[in-house]
Design a protein around this ligand. Sequence first.
Ligand SMILES: Nc1ncnc2c1ncn2[C@@H]1O[C@H](COP(=O)(O)OP(=O)(O)OP(=O)(O)O)[C@@H](O)[C@H]1O
Length: 255
Amino acid sequence: MQLKIHNLRFSYPQQQFTVKADHLDLQPGLTAMIGENGAGKSTLFKLLGGLVTTHQGKITVDQQPLKDFLKTERARKIGLAFQDPDDQFFNSSVKKEVEWELRQLKVPAKKQSETVTAVLKETNLSQQAQQNPYDLSLSDRKLLSIATVLAPNPQIALFDEPMIALDWPSQQLVSHIFTKLAKRGHTILVISHNLDWVAQNVPQVIVMGRGKVIFAGKTRDFLHQPTLVKKSNLLLPKVTRLTMALGINPPQYRL
Ligand SMILES: Nc1ncnc2c1ncn2[C@@H]1O[C@H](COP(=O)(O)OP(=O)(O)OP(=O)(O)O)[C@@H](O)[C@H]1O
């Protein structure tokens, strides 16, 4: 599924800050949205997720305006995991939290149960199924927010800083899940601050700066322009910084 932006303009009431994007085309596959603090990433995330609709211009999903979608139709197509997982939990157990969206979407009971078991296994949360979400560690709460997005199997999934607070094995697990979904043709957008992770795992980037899209394209094409990376106030991957410090040829990124 394609998520497209046409002449988008959005400002918060009584704020100077404006998100401006004339044209953006989010294709199936894995894309990262990166940029300095306050660049507008979370704002664009909310716009693309259909949570904020008071904008000018158009956001379309396969040519249909996102604004026209009914809430259930949008939930079936677009999954969202927030930066702070505590913004999204309200059920009394991990299992019920993953089940909730499936019940809203009227998925048959047997399918619900099979899906919850599979998703908890995939996110390594089977042992915590009966626990209250708020009794989980922050790392497991982040994994739970990802599990709630995976359960309805949306064609488009947006994740705001999913890697924060995850230990290395969980980061590997989540990277594997994203790559697998992308290979199956899902459209996955991940906000990240970690250019090292992006360089190794994500083939496409959208770079935001002061509310504008300053680059959209292949990750390697961005990383091979150190001046542009610097202008975006982003820290180059460690290996590039090391080679620059040593005065040797920088690495050639494959993604
Ligand atoms: N609900 C809101 N009401 C008013 N202003 C907001 C709101 N949310 C964000 N802003 C402002 O919009 C601008 C962009 O914020 P946003 O959170 O989208 O940036 P970001 O790139 O996600 O930043 P970070 O990396 O720090 O999360 C900032 O100036 C911020 O203060």
